[in-house]
Ligand binder design. Structure first.
Ligand code: KG4
Ligand code: ZN
Length: 356
């Protein structure tokens, strides 16, 4: 029996301090030995969003304890860890620096390889933690900071098919929640309120619905919500806005995902696998709509389990495991990268004046 790699993953790119130890079984299926996530919601709640300096302080206060807990719970001896993988970007630089420095110091002290991980690649590979997933596949990454369709050709090999030209989908959920007076982070609450509302009450805009291929835009929708939210008179009004917003999102994502299928199939007609990852992949209505769409179009649909949709370190360790097997190690001078696109060759598509 060959010794299987044991990887420590560390994540601190935004407002979660996380550490995880993973390995794999004889068949090469990953096994999570521990997965500790400490959320900073309480720290940022009163400010209605993440405050970078406070986030960095909270990471510094917790990181030793979180890594220790991940190692203890894994029941692995510290000297049996084969490599450390830390998120190096994208994210808030003051936050990234905490987990990155910790990972580098750990690797140096233990004399083991250090691996820098792109947080988005962590999300992209997160379904591998519970499903057999071969390359290539079409990925929809929907989180608080990113919304992209990517053709995933292999580790480190991404071709972006579409992206948001303004807000990310999670951001649209969070901003709508804020306008409805829901505490940060409100995205998951919208799903709950929508259950009690009338989805046909408000007709909301669907920006770039008939153009722009599988590129996305949510800023106009947010402005429309701002207008209708000025007339809220009852709790029921809030439920109706939440339900109408979510219905509009479902219609946009249905159409745009169909467009993404068409683009992806130009080069991958025989590999029809669709993976959805990132925090918004936890939304049950979005999940079931996309599962139905996959059935209609003969795609295999794969989602990470709900607890691995949000930020965690098991997904960072997962990238570390794949890179370890390929001997893709990094030097200890690898910098934190606040901006680090998965497809470096894709055009920057944000801000006023974007032509689609
Ligand atoms: O991937 P993630 O944990 O962090 C980033 O890397 O951004 O995603 C967080 C985002 C937030 O915007 C949050 O509101 C959204 O995911 N989210 C949801 C749901 N759960 C989390 N949005 C809609 N419905 C949900 N159930
Ligand atoms: Zn994330």
């Amino acid at each position: 029996m060959s010794k299987k790699p044991i990887i420590l993953g560390i994540e601190s790119s935004c407002d979660e301090t996380a550490a995880s130890v993973i390995t794999e079984n004889e068949q090469g299926i990953p096994i999570i030995l521990s997965n500790i996530v400490s959320s900073q919601i309480e720290v940022h709640k009163e400010f209605g969003g993440v405050v970078p300096e406070l986030a960095a302080r909270a990471h510094i206060e917790k990181i030793d304890w979180i890594v220790q807990k991940a190692i203890d719970e894994s029941k692995i001896k510290i000297e049996n860890i084969d490599a450390v993988a830390s998120t190096a970007g994208p994210g808030l630089i003051v936050c990234l620096s905490v987990g990155l420095s910790f990972g580098k110091s750990f690797a140096s002290a233990m004399n083991i390889p250090f691996i820098s991980v792109n947080h988005l690649e962590g999300h992209a590979l997160s379904p591998k933690l519970n499903s057999v997933l071969n390359y290539p596949y079409l990925l929809l990454l929907i989180s608080g900071g990113h919304s992209q369709y990517l053709s995933v050709e292999g580790i480190g090999n991404y071709k972006r098919l579409g992206t948001t030209i303004d807000d990310a989908l999670g951001e649209a959920f969070d901003k709508t929640a804020k306008l409805l007076g829901i505490e940060f982070p409100g995205g998951p609450q919208i799903e709950i309120l929508a259950e009690k509302g009338d989805p046909d009450k408000y007709q909301l805009p669907k920006p770039i619905f008939h153009k722009g291929g599988c590129n996305l835009s949510f800023a106009g929708l947010k402005t429309a919500i701002l207008k209708v939210s000025k007339n809220i008179k009852s709790e029921q009004d809030k439920f109706d806005i939440a339900a109408s917003f979510q219905k509009t999102i479902l219609e946009i994502m249905y159409k745009k995902t169909k467009n993404a299928f068409t683009d992806y199939e130009k080069n991958n007609l025989n590999n029809k696998t669709f993976v959805v990852a990132g925090g918004v992949a936890a939304n049950k209505k979005i999940r079931s709509m996309l599962i139905n769409l996959c059935e209609e179009n003969n795609y295999k649909s794969i989602f990470p389990p709900i607890n691995l949709c949000g930020d965690n370190a098991a997904m960072i360790a997962m990238v570390g495991l794949e890179k370890f097997k390929l001997k893709q190690f990094n030097n200890l001078d690898f910098p934190a990268k606040p901006r680090w696109p998965l497809d470096e060759s894709a055009a920057f598509l944000k801000g006023a004046g974007v032509k689609l």
